[in-house]
Design a protein around this ligand. Structure first.
Ligand code: NAD
Length: 293
């Protein structure tokens, strides 16, 4: 069996369309959803990601602003900016791009963002809301995007066994919070595996749905996956490839060629999970605007 490819870009397009419709409706009430991204320092990967976020927000009929601060910015200066944005009625969503320079404590900054504007979903209030199933909370964009991807691809989660590899606060843990909730897109039986899990392959082999968020190139191989499983690859890893023009190429945490021989559905890297993360950020910002007005 050769797995069917789940096209993340198509799902992202659909979310973009929905967001544009919601923006048009809000526009009739004189509301323009506003997203402010704060970038401290010069992390090159973040700069690219932020540029894509800006472009996408303009497309969707939202107001997007990026505030770039030098790497020498103090924690107090950054907190003062967050306070100002919290009080700005034209700003409905705030995202402080990680990683921050070493002298700034990310948790202090995350906790300062108003939970109502925390469209990245990392404030403890939103983490708790997602865990207890309160719908007005914001889930982090990557796992929320995976849930939408599964739904749009028609993958039933109810009663299925999902094995998540990775326990980060950004992907693994919130992914589990979402999949165990009762209702559409949830009701799964969830196993979380991590760096201290004994016999990872044994667990993965028992999964109907595998979600890999490890950060280790191609570590999930075909022999680990049950025939017919759905495999979602969150990983983004750049590896050396002398045959490529740039000398490198992007791969996921899943060994695509071997896993697609056994899985029923699979997401490619690039083009799977990635495109929807930004679409979900816009969706959260529109919802933040609706909830704030
Ligand atoms: P992280 O480093 O915070 O967490 C990695 C997790 O993998 C840890 O919880 C660790 O316990 C687990 N792990 C490490 N080695 C393991 C092993 N041998 N067996 C089982 N588990 C092991 O990473 P993260 O921020 O969760 O990101 C994971 C991957 O997803 C990365 O490749 C990252 O680039 C990618 N990512 C993609 C998006 C997107 O939009 N597509 C967003 C965020 C992260």
């Amino acid at each position: 069996m050769l797995a069917e490819i789940i096209d993340g870009a198509a799902v992202a397009r659909k979310i973009r369309g929905d967001v544009a419709d919601q923006c048009a409706m809000l526009a009739t009430r004189g509301i323009v959803p506003g997203l402010t991204v704060v970038l401290v320092g010069e992390d090159p990967a973040s700069a690219v990601y932020v540029r894509n976020k800006e472009k996408a927000s303009v497309e969707a009929g939202m107001k997007s602003e990026t505030i770039r601060l030098p790497a020498s910015t103090t924690q107090e200066e950054l907190l003062a900016l967050v306070d100002r944005l919290n009080g700005d009625r034209a700003v409905h969503g705030i995202l402080v791009q990680m990683p921050l320079p070493k002298h700034i404590d990310p948790q202090t900054v995350i906790r300062r963002i108003s939970p109502a504007k925390d469209v990245d979903g990392f404030h403890p209030v939103n983490v708790g809301k997602v865990l207890i199933g309160e719908k007005d909370g914001f889930a982090p964009c990557t796992p929320a995007g995976v849930q939408v991807l599964l739904a749009e691809a028609g993958v039933e989660t109810a009663g299925r066994h999902a094995v998540i590899i990775g326990r980060s606060n950004i992907v693994g843990k919130p992914m589990a919070s979402l999949l165990i909730q009762p209702g559409p897109g949830g009701d799964a039986t969830v196993t979380i595996c991590h760096s201290r899990t004994n016999d990872l392959a044994w667990h993965v082999k028992r999964a109907d749905i595998v979600i890999a968020a490890v950060g280790r190139p191609e570590m999930v191989t075909g022999d680990m996956v049950r025939s017919g499983a759905v495999v979602i690859d969150v990983g983004i890893n750049r590896i050396a490839d002398p045959s490529a023009k740039s000398g490198t190429r992007l791969v996921g945490d899943v060994h695509y060629e071997s896993v697609r021989q056994v899985a029923s559905r699979i997401t490619p890297v690039p083009g799977g999970v990635g495109p929807r993360t930004i679409a979900m950020l816009r969706r959260n910002t529109v919802r933040a605007a609706e909830q704030q007005v």
